[in-house]
Design a binder for this molecule. Structure first.
Ligand code: ATP
Length: 920
């Protein structure tokens, strides 16, 4: 018999479940051994050795492998055929040196990839979903993969069902199972046995892994986990963190490929030029230019770009997570930096979500309440009168507020912990201040139905039975409730006059203008039949309003500063709230989101009336939306996107998920948000705070800026390397001093050293740079703009050209001075290395060298010192002299090279700084 054909008692018995206490730890491990973990198979990670070997597949490494083979052949030729031991050993050393450099490079690449993988796994871990389960008599939240068969789970609106369950208790439960059945509408669930055979979509007493709870609440017993679930039957693999390349990675991959073609062209050109110069096509003529060609190939392939880019993005993402912004895909890191519009919820994000009722109006009387926070201590005064009889007048309102409520407070050493939503906790605390508690009330009343709150209805109700009397209590947004009521309780009479209705709404407005959140309570007597069978629509009508509460929810102080920073960074901040328009405007004004007391506010009802074209016209000047339902959020985002705005939007409820999906950056609340919204988001705020969004935008800009700096530096130095060799090849056609014509400016191993050590290490540390001071002073970048736009190309080419030219000039100078070839090449080598090290400080500024403190980035300073000193050492250590073709120089020459190499950077940056030239 299938699970749905068995009674719930049978299921409970079959799985040996204690429905009051859930499984014990011991049972959990037994069940896990027997039925396995609640996990679908994940894509296997490459083993370490594969990651290491991957580095040998890079084009540059293949070129170098070719070079090793050639060196070995040449060594063999020299020793065996020519009998020239010295030249043979030189070639052999060269082969060994290239191999060692390849190994160093592979280790660097391996280390980068492993650290990126670690960060990514940590992010994945943080992204795991959680679910509520009853274990050892306690409800607790556990990661979903820890669920086992036999667990008792509780799911409420906004949750995913995380395994296959047989429902044993449901309350207005509705579930969407579109991923399995294709049916988009929510299906009502209950616990009734189904006797005949039923398709998946008709198994109404079952919940299936991956479904979303769209309404109500259900308790179920897990009957299948992991691969044994219906989802497991159809799903192949899951990837919890998206790893598909970001647009920037695609651009860079393309750029790298293009540059590789250029490199190929340069190499072919060199070989042809070499042959033409030699005047004949022979092995010797090719061999003589081969080493230079290899050097050129190495110099021109920006091999580090893609690898460094992905590690910088990943490490950026884990830095963001430390700052409480959990990113779901690498492309969001980039998009965040381009964000131009942030639409935020109010409650809990802009405000503290620590609610206290400070006044209320009930039965025609005004009451003030003292005592802030969740401590149930304070006084309630009606015109200064705090007597019991005065409070008693508002009893109906208080009863409704406390009964139509699912929250509680828990005392812990004199501290009161809220359990449930803060709005409801505020009402519970209000009741406790006058000795009314839900538990005590329910001793002689029975709660028979709960119609849960939804942010579209903006109401919730309960049906309470006392004796044979049934009462419906409803609470919700006052302006909504008033439309579902026929009168207002005043001095124990139901006043149905228009005047009283207006008075009531005026009170609500007054509360709202004082930035109070408002919540009205209503009630009505109903029949037994209505109590059990009535629908939400019929029940929540013809109410009598018993009162309205004014609830303070203080704005978060730090948000004001974040809003100021974002405005300065030309990022628009907008509040989209379900709350009352006047409350919304008052808080928006307090936080600086709007300046004017009369700033326009659009209400959800107005959006409903508008066509998309009308809304399009309005969105550009509106900063506050009130009484908005989640459905309206989607429309707002779509219109904003028509203006090309990169929109970040927050959401917490299950109905917010579609809007979050369309927003460029969907933001979910980590603490109060539902699992469904978290799943649809790009960024999860681990602390629910608005300030975290501002920091994430700043981090996004910083990371993008760092990548840009890194790419600029990398390409500039490549251009310099290529040009210094190419110019030599073209113009060094006569013997100068002791140096014969056609001697390359740099040896192949020098270029290799530059590329893999003295250039790679410092430029890598650019990826970790701190934010540029003015990063939040400029507007957001145009998301369609290429990373090399805005004079970046000209900057790269001009600077690269001067740096390359200087290297050749230094070589020529050394030749004229009568130095030997290896010494002149060493002069060129150091001019190039130090030129790059000067340039790296310029590259880290979007403006000029003089705009940034060079010591801010400790990694960079360390990397530059390492590169500078080690490059000096290879010129004086005999072993490296032999292998790399370097030679020791006189002290004064070292000093001169150190300073002369600064000239291109200092002069170009200086002119730029003085005259504001943008082109370089
Ligand atoms: P935001 O969208 O900024 O988070 P919000 O929390 O006020 O604002 P909703 O949760 O949609 O938005 O609430 C809308 C309105 O519904 C509130 O202003 C309040 O009047 C009413 N409301 C909120 N919570 C409840 C509840 N638990 N029961 C009944 N009514 C509620």
């Amino acid at each position: 018999m299938k699970f749905y054909q068995q009674s719930k008692d049978k299921i409970i018995e079959q799985f040996n479940v204690d429905i009051q206490n859930g499984l014990t730890d011991e049972q959990v491990s037994q069940q896990r051994d027997e039925f396995g973990e609640n996990k679908l198979p994940e894509k296997k990670e490459d083993p370490y050795w594969k990651v290491f070997l991957k580095n040998f597949k890079e084009p540059i490494v293949i070129v170098l492998m070719g070079a090793i083979v050639l060196s070995l052949l040449s060594s063999f030729y020299s020793i065996q055929i020519e009998g020239n031991m010295e030249s043979g050993m030189e070639s052999l050393y060269e082969a060994i040196a290239i191999f060692v450099l390849i190994l160093i490079n592979a280790f660097l690449g391996f280390w980068q990839e492993i650290s990126a993988r670690k960060s990514l796994n940590a992010l994945k871990e943080m992204n795991t979903r959680h679910t509520t389960v009853l274990r050892n008599g306690q409800w607790e939240t556990i990661p979903v993969n820890e669920l086992v068969v036999g667990d008792v789970v509780s799911n409420t609106v906004g949750d995913f069902v995380e395994a296959d369950v047989r429902w044993v208790d449901t309350n207005e439960l509705q579930v969407i199972e579109a991923h399995l059945t294709g049916e988009a509408d929510a299906i009502e669930k209950d616990t009734k046995v189904i006797n005949e055979d039923a398709e998946l979509g008709d198994q109404t007493n079952m919940g299936f892994s991956g479904s979303t709870v769209s309404n109500g609440q259900g308790t179920g017993v897990v009957v299948a986990v992991g691969q044994d679930t219906e989802l497991g039957n159809i799903a192949q693999m899951i990837e919890s963190v998206e790893t598909k390349p970001s647009p920037l990675q695609n651009t860079v991959n393309k750029l790298t490929k293009t540059l590789m073609f250029v490199a190929g062209g340069v190499v072919v050109f060199t070989i042809v030029a070499g042959i033409i110069q030699a005047g004949e096509l022979s092995f010797d003529s090719i061999a003589s230019v081969l080493s230079t060609s290899i050097a050129l190939a190495v110099a021109s392939i920006p091999d580090a770009l893609p690898a460094v880019l992905s590690i910088v993005l990943t490490i950026g993402a884990s830095k963001m997570a430390k700052d409480k912004g959990l990113i779901k895909s690498l492309s969001s890191v980039e998009t965040l930096g381009a964000t131009s519009y942030i639409a935020s919820d109010k409650t809990g994000t802009l405000t503290k979500n620590e609610m206290t009722v400070v006044q209320y109006h009930a039965n025609g009387q005004d009451y003030k309440v003292t005592g802030l926070g969740y401590k149930p201590e304070g006084e309630i005064k009606n015109n200064g009168d705090s007597s019991d009889s005065s409070v008693e007048k508002s009893r109906n309102f208080l009863l409704g507020a406390v009964l139509c409520n699912e929250s509680a407070i828990q005392e812990n050493n004199g501290e009161y912990q809220p359990l449930g939503t803060p709005t409801e906790v505020a009402l519970t605390v209000l009741g406790r201040k006058v000795g009314i508690s839900r538990e005590e009330l329910l001793e002689n009343k029975e709660l028979i139905r709960t119609l849960p709150f939804s942010s579209s209805r903006k109401m919730m109700s309960v049906v309470v039975k006392e004796g044979d009397k049934y009462t419906l209590y409803t609470k919700g947004a006052p302006d909504v409730l008033v439309n579902h009521s026929y009168g207002i309780l005043k001095n124990d009479q139901v006043d149905t006059s228009e005047q009283e209705r207006t008075n009531f709404l005026t009170t609500v407005d007054e509360y709202a203008e004082g930035a109070l959140r408002t919540l009205a309570v209503g009630q009505k007597e109903i029949s037994e039949d209505e109590a059990t069978n009535g629908t939400v629509e019929t029940l929540e009508e013809d109410l009598v309003i018993t009162g309205v509460a004014g609830i303070i929810d203080p704005a978060r102080e730090e948000v004001k500063e974040s809003v100021r920073i974002l405005h300065n960074a030309q990022v628009e901040v907008v509040m989209i709230t379900g709350d009352h328009e006047k409350t919304a405007r008052a808080i928006a004004q307090e936080l600086g989101i709007v300046k004017d007391k009369n700033a326009p506010v659009i209400r959800g009802a107005e959006i409903e009336e508008m066509t998309d074209e009308e809304l399009f016209e309005k969105v550009k000047d509106t900063n506050v939306y009130a009484r908005v339902s989640p459905e309206h959020k989607q429309r707002i985002v779509k219109q904003l996107q028509k203006y090309g705005q990169i929109t970040a939007m927050t959401g917490d409820g299950v109905n917010d998920a579609p809007a979050l999906r369309i927003a460029d950056i969907g933001i979910a609340m980590g603490i109060t948000g539902t699992e469904v919204t978290k799943d649809s988001s790009d960024l999860v705020l681990l602390d629910d705070k608005f300030t975290t969004i501002e920091r994430a935008v700043e981090n996004g800009r910083t990371i993008y800026g760092n990548i840009k700096n890194f790419i600029r530096h990398e390409i500039t130095t490549n251009v310099a390397e290529v040009l210094s060799i190419l110019i030599g090849l073209l113009f060094f056609t006569q013997t100068v001093g002791h140096i014969p014509a056609a001697t390359p400016t740099l040896t192949a191993l020098m270029v290799l050293w530059v590329n893999m050590i003295s250039d790679a290490v410092p430029s890598f540390s650019l990826g970790y740079d701190v934010a540029e001071k003015n990063i939040m002073d400029d507007g957001p970048r145009d998301p369609n703009e290429s990373i090399l736009a805005n004079y970046t190309w000209s900057r790269v080419l001009i600077r690269g050209f001067f740096m390359g030219l200087l290297v050749y000039v230094a070589f020529l100078w050394a030749a004229h001075e009568g130095m030997a070839a290896d010494q002149a090449q060493t002069v060129a080598f150091l001019t190039l290395v130090y030129g790059q090290l000067w340039h790296v400080f310029d590259a880290r500024s979007s403006k000029t060298l003089f705009r940034r403190n060079p010591f801010e980035n400790k990694y960079l300073v360390a990397a530059v010192l390492f590169a500078g000193i080690s490059s000096f050492l290879v010129t004086i250590i005999p072993f490296f002299n032999l292998v790399m073709g370097t030679a020791p120089l006189e002290g004064s020459v070292y000093l001169m090279v150190l300073f002369i190499s600064a000239l291109p950077t200092l002069i170009l940056s200086g002119i730029k700084e003085l005259f504001g030239i943008k082109i370089w």
